[in-house]
Design a protein around this ligand. Structure first.
Ligand SMILES: Cc1cc2nc3c(=O)[nH]c(=O)nc-3n(C[C@H](O)[C@H](O)[C@H](O)COP(=O)(O)O)c2cc1C
Length: 219
């Protein structure tokens, strides 16, 4: 059987993944989440308790941890409000092999997990998971390094935080992250002009502007 190590997951390092689960209606959900292994073939996921992912983990006690570095997948699973009838979103999924959870068709590898223990502290859960199955689906071809895809993923991470900081009124942290996203916007335009990456950066900056305006309207 494959192990977490075969996918490059080593102890005490955070790896960005996409966690997919079913909700109470059996509808697939997915969200980017950092995960960590304690080195003994277990994974720790740390969702905020306000997330749908947390509710689904509590309910079904299983999930697929999808491995991908494709920015488009991070974008689609972060900004689900862009697809309100969810037609394109639901098409991203198929059923997992062993557990009652969906997996993302286009991921490079899957880790099917079952929840062993959940602890909650200060609004964030620590979900300890046992591994049911680890399987790569793609033999990934070599890829030359381009800074744009990584800058887009960093910007998506910052954007999800900006949304929370804005709603909490944390002005300094919001400003700091908006400046970083703007910096990445410049970097992406320089390293990958007229690409899917510049389009996603445009989308991210427009969202941040809309959230900021909405916040100003209601305060
Ligand atoms: C790369 C990346 C990693 C993230 N890691 C976490 C995490 O560890 N825990 C968390 O609660 N949110 C994390 N987020 C934010 C969630 O993905 C975001 O709040 C999402 O909207 C939750 O979706 P859900 O409500 O459908 O679960 C991360 C976002 C990105 C882009």
């Amino acid at each position: 059987m494959n192990t977490l190590f075969d996918l490059g997951l080593v102890k005490d390092r955070i790896f960005e993944t996409i966690v997919s689960t079913y909700d109470s209606n059996g509808e697939p959900n997915a969200a980017p989440m950092g995960v960590m292994t304690d080195g003994v073939q277990r994974l720790i996921i740390e969702p905020y308790i306000t997330t749908q992912t947390y509710r689904n983990l509590v309910l079904h006690r299983c999930a697929v941890v999808n491995i991908t570095s494709e920015p488009v997948i991070y974008y689609e699973t972060s900004f689900k409000e862009d697809d309100p009838d969810k037609r394109a979103f639901l098409n991203l999924f198929e059923k997992a092999d062993l557990i009652n959870a969906p997996r993302l068709r286009d991921a490079d590898a899957y880790i099917e997990v079952k929840v062993r223990q959940i602890d909650v502290k200060k609004g964030r859960a620590k979900v300890l998971c046992g591994i049911e199955k680890v399987y790569p689906v793609a033999k990934i071809p070599p890829k030359a390094y381009c800074r744009a895809p990584f800058a887009v993923i960093e910007s998506i991470i910052h954007a999800t935080k900006i949304k929370v900081f804005l709603s909490n009124g944390e002005k300094e942290r919001t400003k700091e992250l908006i400046n970083l996203v703007k910096h990445y916007g410049v970097l992406v335009r320089k390293t990958a002009p007229d690409s899917v990456y510049t389009n996603m950066m445009k989308g991210i900056l427009e969202k941040i502007e809309a959230w900021t305006k909405a916040k100003k309207r209601f305060t």
